[in-house]
Design a binder for this molecule. Structure first.
Ligand code: PLP
Length: 391
């Protein structure tokens, strides 16, 4: 009999991977499945980035790199973040990680322990809560509301901060809702945080470049007063369709950089060397592929929202960013998980129950529109037909 630590039993997961496995199993048995479950761009990585990765391999980049990443890449990330910060940044505080997730985990490990409280968005990316509970800290949900377009409200954040709060996790544009928090709200929050100088912030800005209708990204990086306590997370996965390359970046408070590098050394040594050179080509090369991808997402976004709102029992607020719609399904009379299962097994559409993203996700489904317009229209038809036949 083994005796693993109890914390292992507290680890959660990302249902997207489970739904993907179930959808694939059904497809292998010959069922037609439209997959609106998975949260990754359906575009290939732009060619010039792929070429840079291949060239790096041919040029002999086969070994370890410094744990924090190769210097030109850290400098390029600092330059990229300076656009958000509006002030010079220190490349020495940039860490290159295998994706956005390690930064999330390290930030939560850095502040989570029994007795500590960590605020996290709900509905939100499920790994936040999973990692918080793993550390033994108390996970305090920050409810995101449909009436606010699923952006966070400064008041809701500030009213949940307590003596034991060590870290606040924020995410805009957001998964699973596509919610975007505007500059005015971010400013109100930053002003209120002045009263809590010992609370750190993890700002997950992985969807920072995927915004619609001319919205501008309201980054927490823009506030020098947060410089000593903000951990900024972003990366390449979504912006450059590079989820499988495993690369992301972070900007750490000066006092924590050394510890964060040690966490990386203890965990994974460094990011795949060739991937880092591909990442450099992504940041410094042409950006038109990002614009094209966002324009394609935008067209699908409109189709999804229009289509969902035309279905009896479903309503959907317009997402301002990312590539998810988060329709309210309470009019169907079905619990989210029940609808997710029925749509997959009976209608052949993979979606994810809102409850996979937190308790405040009941009554909602997440649809990823990172799929072709034709597939999206087909999925909408299947959903509508299934609901009609049920009545
Ligand atoms: N943060 C959010 C909000 C996400 O939705 C995701 C991926 O789905 C990540 C972070 C992780 O990104 P990566 O694949 O770069 O680890």
């Amino acid at each position: 009999m083994l005796h693993p630590v109890a914390a292992l039993g507290r680890l959660g997961t990302e249902s997207a991977f489970e739904v993907l496995a179930r959808a694939q199993a059904l497809a292998e048995r010959g069922r037609s499945i439209v997959n609106l479950g998975i949260g990754q761009p359906d575009f290939p990585t732009p060619e010039h980035i792929v070429e840079a990765g291949i060239k790096a391999l041919r040029d002999g980049h086969h070994g370890y790199t410094p744990a924090a990443g190769v210097t030109p890449l850290r400098e390029a990330v600092a330059a990229e973040l300076e656009k958000r910060a509006g002030r010079p940044l220190d490349p020495g505080r940039v860490l290159i990680e295998p994706g956005g997730k390690p930064t999330m985990f390290f930030a939560i490990l850095a502040f989570g322990e029994p007795g500590a409280e960590i605020l996290y968005p709900d509905p939100g990316f499920p790994i936040y809560r999973s990692a918080i509970e793993f550390t033994g800290a108390k996970a305090v949900p920050l409810p995101l509301k449909e009436e606010n377009g699923f952006g966070f409200s400064a008041e809701d954040v500030l009213s949940r901060i307590a003596e034991r709060t060590r870290l606040i996790i924020l995410n805009s544009p957001a998964n699973p809702t596509g919610g975007v928090t505007g500059k005015a709200e971010v400013e109100r929050l930053v002003a209120g945080l002045a009263a809590w100088p010992e609370v750190a912030i993890l700002s997950d800005e992985i969807y920072s470049r995927i915004l619609y209708d001319g919205r501008e990204h309201a980054s927490l990086m823009a506030y020098p007063e947060l410089d000593d306590r903000l951990i900024l997370l972003d990366g390449w996965s979504k912006t450059y369709a590079m989820t499988g390359w495993r690369i992301g970046y972070a900007y750490w408070p000066k006092a924590l950089v050394e510890s964060a590098v040690r966490l990386a050394v203890n965990c994974h040594s460094c990011v795949n060397a060739a991937t880092q050179w591909a990442g450099l080509a992504a940041l410094t090369g042409p950006q038109d592929s990002v614009e094209r991808m966002v324009a394609a997402f935008d067209e699908r976004r409109r189709a999804v929202v229009r289509g969902l709102n035309a279905i009896d029992g479903i309503s959907c607020v317009e997402p301002g960013g990312a590539f998810y719609a988060f329709p309210n399904i309470s009019g169907t009379g079905l619990a989210a998980k029940r609808l997710e299962t029925a749509l997959l097994e009976e209608a052949g559409v993979a979606t994810i129950a809102g409850t996979s993203f937190g308790v405040y996700g009941e009554g909602y489904l997440r649809l990823s529109y990172a799929n072709s317009l034709d597939n999206i229209l087909e999925a909408l038809q299947r959903i509508e037909r299934w609901l009609q036949e049920r009545r």
